[in-house]
Design a binder for this molecule. Structure first.
Ligand code: ZN
Ligand code: MN
Length: 515
């Protein structure tokens, strides 16, 4: 018995708000939460008697695109159903959703986990996608604690959603969190949603149960324990924390000889605990039936046109930035995660590549030496883009879209560092000037006298002067206190306003002192 352990079986349901101009079944604008309450409403989305829905084809198109990107089958036909339940935020008494004929089903999504987050043999995880169906959002209840009243904002009622349901294929909270981060990138790349969890544009429910596993890693029980569904998790962190808490709670119940009850639970962010909301309803409780006010959907044409319009997926972009351009995994992740950076980084690299092929005398195009040089340059570029440029942009309150530095100028700036025309301290000054003025680096370099002192005779002359001015330190160095050489290098850097090459300066000092 002691060899039995319990592993978590986790599935996710994600509601994604689709980026359409108008709502799903009426002409009201699809507005965000900054719009005053109840200003984007009409008889349809407030459920007035006799009002009829008219389908927004754009919502279907975005939903089909999500389905295709998740590797789902898009059927020739689909239809809408009524999901009946009573709640103040649902004025019709039912939600128009999809039940047995959704627009997308049976897909999968594969992604990689960083080593430190991965379970053994699960660095690459493939999650089954049960379905991705369309439905309308409900209105928003606003509870006012001081006056003990509840108000309803119908702006959100009828906003198009796609609900993505996964198979229970996750085995750890980290897998669930990283999946959601990858899914967010995908949805943004598809241009179907802002997919911001904090704004409620991507809302996640997570269900989890524990399963007994024997010493051969095989199930030691029939079927699953009842699952607990944690509702309305609105950040990546909340998903991970809530699942960790819930697994721990169920573990303790099982250890005490109990079986956790199937229930819907909420997540208290402040207490860091889940709490019971209600016992789980079954599909039968919703009395689904086909929506009689909407005709069935034919998806054959849309499926084919959307298929050819799919963009490159973020996971593929990341791999390409690493394999084709030689960026590190971290730099590639940064570019893909932050809007606008992939294009800029690729333009810089393509300028650098052209320059390299034109100037490199050592190898034929595509030769090993040339490839090695490309790798060096991509490391250099990655570092200057993701740390120095990002830092400068944030201190000047700019984004990559505001940048005045053309990719060509940025590439030229990197040459100046690469061929040691400028040292890295002065390069930082130069970059700030470029960002401010948008002028080309060679011009600014000359104007502000930032170039590296590469003339050996000039350097030798400076070293002579510095040694003469610091006789006391020279005596100490000769007496064996060689650490003072570094101090002298500092003096030389200061007297040349950072233009000397520190390595060459040190060599010249040693040469002149005969050590
Ligand atoms: Zn409306
Ligand atoms: Mn739903």
């Amino acid at each position: 018995m002691s060899s039995i352990r319990h592993i978590p079986i986790i599935g996710l349901e994600i509601h994604v708000r689709l980026k359409t101009k108008t709502k799903m079944f009426c002409a009201c604008a699809n507005v965000d939460e900054t719009t005053p309450p109840n200003t984007a409403i009409c008889p349809v989305c407030t459920g007035q008697p006799g009002a009829l829905p008219a389908l927004n084809a754009e919502a279907v198109r975005l939903g089909v695109r999500v389905g295709l990107a998740l590797g789902c089958t898009i059927p020739d036909h689909a239809h809408f159903d009524r999901k009946n339940y009573f709640y103040p935020d649902l004025p019709k008494g039912y939600q128009i959703s999809q039940y047995d004929f959704p627009i997308a089903q049976l897909g999968h999504f594969a992604f990689d986990l960083p080593k430190q987050d991965a379970l053994p043999e699960r660095e690459r995880v493939r999650i089954g996608i049960t379905r991705a169906h369309l439905e309308e959002d409900a209105a928003k209840n606003i509870h006012d604690a001081t006056s003990a009243t509840s108000l309803i904002d119908f702006n959100r009622a009828g906003v198009p959603l796609t609900e993505i349901v996964t198979e229970p294929d996750f085995r750890s909270p980290a897998e669930a969190k990283i999946f959601l981060q990858e899914l967010q990138l995908l949805l943004r790349a598809l241009n179907v949603s802002e997919a911001d969890m904090e704004k409620g544009y991507m809302r996640c429910d997570a269900n989890v149960s524990l399963m007994a596993i024997d010493e051969h890693n095989l199930p030691a029980q029939h079927g699953y324990n009842p699952k607990v569904e944690i509702k309305n998790l609105n950040s990546f962190r909340a998903v991970e924390r809530a699942l960790k808490f819930e697994i721990d709670r169920q573990d303790k119940l099982i250890a005490a000889g109990e079986i956790p009850v199937g229930a819907t639970r909420g997540w208290d962010e402040n207490k860091g605990e889940t709490f019971e909301q209600r016992l789980k309803e079954t599909n039968a409780d919703y009395r689904y039936f086909p929506e009689p006010d909407l005709p069935p959907l034919t998806l054959t044409d849309m499926r084919e046109t959307e298929k050819v319009r799919l963009p490159e997926f973020p996971i593929a972009t990341r791999a390409r930035l690493q394999n084709e351009w030689g960026f590190s995994a971290d730099d590639a992740r940064f570019f893909v995660t932050n809007a606008g950076w992939v294009t800029y980084a690729e333009e810089v690299m393509s300028e650098l590549g052209a320059w390299l092929e034109a100037t490199d005398k050592r190898g034929e195009s595509g030769s090993e030496i040339l490839n090695e040089r490309k790798r060096e340059l991509s490391k250099l570029a990655g570092g200057w883009l993701t740390s120095k440029l990002v830092g400068l942009l944030s201190t000047t309150n700019q984004t990559i879209y505001d940048i005045k530095i053309s990719a060509e100028d940025f590439a030229e700036f990197l040459h100046l560092i690469d061929d040691q025309t400028i040292n890295s301290a002065n390069a930082q000054k130069l970059l700030a000037l470029m960002l401010e003025h948008g002028t080309d680096p060679s011009h600014l370099l000359e104007e502000h006298n930032l170039g590296q002192l590469n003339d050996p005779a000039a350097l030798a002359k400076t070293v002579v002067e510095v040694l003469e001015q610091n006789v006391e330190q020279v005596v100490q160095i000769r007496a064996g206190k060689v650490q003072l050489i570094k101090w002298l290098v500092g003096v030389i850097m200061k007297s040349t306003e950072g233009r000397a090459n520190p390595t060459q300066a040190e060599m010249e000092i040693k040469k002149q002192l005969g050590i």
